[in-house]
Design a protein around this ligand. Structure first.
Ligand SMILES: Cc1cc2nc3c(=O)[nH]c(=O)nc-3n(C[C@H](O)[C@H](O)[C@H](O)COP(=O)(O)OP(=O)(O)OC[C@H]3O[C@@H](n4cnc5c(N)ncnc54)[C@H](O)[C@@H]3O)c2cc1C
Length: 401
């Protein structure tokens, strides 16, 4: 195989446009294909972007555009459902604030950056199959279109079709017994506009932060006896789920006020919280995977988007510095696997705390002052995650010893 000159990227969520931007920097001609039309994404309404993800965006020249639409969050306040303080988490020292974003706006900004860099973006193009011969790889789309290039990158999310082609035996996403709902309320309840608020309620976990123009962004994770996938979620209307949620958080502050001020049209129910067990095989031939397609940390990690951005850029660096795609993919996996596994593990631990129940919350309140100095110390838990930087200006040979 020879060096990479062209790439097909499947998925225009977060990893896809960033991979295209990074590949353009290395002189690779990249085209992006997404199954949906702009504005029809289904993954959730809001997310937070960690300092490491932001700094990675600086490499591809997209940081300013993303900062312009993000709300800087300088710390986290944790309370119980009666408003009593459980703990306060300061930011990791020396790091920029986490950014809170509307997901659709983040995707739109990244796509616009990619387009401005000359990347061809194709929407309504659902990949169904991949064909490969010695010289190139071809994508086959549902509508009969095909496209060919030197490599194909699967950035098609947690239910990746590309993953199922790379390895038909790859494990499926794990569904946690926690329902995941989110929305935007027409009210202000946050004391400070630059804080993320997390509430361990009696029957569920509730997170929120202030948005401009008198709004509050929120999400709720509610324990459930059985997994509820997206299809179960969609079988009930959002109005129905909103009423159910109001009942779950009745009498809890400020969830009750926030949910009362939420219209069902400003709400999304994405089903159970999901994460992806380790995927044994990251690539095959001229095809590789990036982002949620190959390691999807639980949303509770707050790192899925940032890791997707980092990996997309690291993949481009490997394709830049290695003589052929297969050795590039090998180096890429070598550089990324351990880092993402650590974050996935921490995300799972965080997700587990959301099911503690009233007795667990009482204990948590008691031990929190000690925990914040020891095992929940921000520097120790989040420091290594948030301080990580992709060494773009160094060669892969210099970083793999
Ligand atoms: C409710 C929720 C809240 C979250 N909150 C956070 C958070 O606060 N912070 C954080 O860092 N992470 C969060 N995450 C995780 C984060 O969203 C993901 O890690 C991130 O979106 C991964 O980016 P990606 O580009 O790999 O995949 P995605 O963003 O899922 O993008 C995949 C794209 O591929 C397209 N696609 C799928 N199949 C095909 C196909 N066959 N052909 C063509 N295109 C296809 C999809 O349309 C989509 O546009 C959250 C996730 C959820 C579900």
């Amino acid at each position: 195989m020879t060096a990479t000159r062209s790439a097909l990227i499947i998925g225009a969520g977060i990893a896809g446009p960033v991979a295209a931007l990074a590949l353009r920097l290395t002189g690779v001609d990249a085209a992006v294909y997404d199954a949906t039309m702009p504005g029809r994404e289904e993954t959730g309404l809001t997310l937070t972007l960690a300092p490491n993800g932001q700094e990675a965006l600086r490499i591809v020249g997209a940081l300013d555009a993303v900062r312009a639409i993000g709300l800087p969050m300088s710390g986290q306040q944790v309370t119980d459902g009666r408003g009593r303080r459980v703990g306060v988490f300061p930011p990791v020292a020396g790091q920029p604030p986490v950014l809170a974003l509307r997901r659709a706006e983040l995707c739109q900004a990244l796509r616009a950056q990619a387009e401005a860099a000359g990347v061809a973006m194709h929407y309504g193009a659902r990949l169904v199959d991949i064909e490969e011969d010695g010289a190139c790889v071809s994508a086959v789309f549902e509508d009969g279109r095909t496209a060919s290039a030197d490599v194909l990158v699967g950035a098609d999310g947690i239910r990746s079709r590309v993953r199922s082609i790379v390895d038909p035996d790859a494990p499926s996403p794990r569904q946690w017994p926690l329902l995941n709902l989110g929305g935007i309320a027409d009210t202000v309840v946050a004391d400070k506009p630059d804080q993320l608020y997390f509430v361990f309620g009696r029957r569920g976990f509730f997170g929120y932060w202030a948005e401009p123009n008198g709004r509050t962004a929120w999400f709720a994770n509610v324990p459930a006896d059985e997994p509820h996938d997206r299809h179960v979620a969609k079988a009930r209307s959002t109005g129905n789920w909103l009423n159910w949620l109001r009942d779950v958080f009745a009498g809890e502050t400020p969830a009750e006020q926030v949910l009362a001020a939420t219209d069902s049209t400003a709400m999304a129910f994405v089903g159970a919280l999901e994460s992806l067990p380790p995927i044994p095989r990251w690539s095959r031939g001229r095809v590789t995977l990036v982002g949620d397609a190959v390691y999807a940390p639980s949303p509770s990690s707050g790192q899925g988007a940032s890791l997707a951005i980092e990996s997309a850029i690291e993949l481009a660096r490997c394709l830049r510095d290695r003589p052929d795609p297969q050795s590039a993919f090998k180096s890429y996996e070598h550089l990324r696997r351990a880092r993402v596994a650590r974050v996935v593990k921490r995300g799972e631990r965080t997700t587990s705390t959301k099911t503690v129940g009233p007795a667990g919350i009482a204990v948590m309140r008691l031990v929190m002052p000690i925990a914040l100095k020891t095992f929940l110390n921000q520097e120790r838990t989040l420091g290594p995650e948030q301080r990580f930087r992709i060494p773009w200006d160094r060669t892969v040979d210099e970083t793999i010893r």
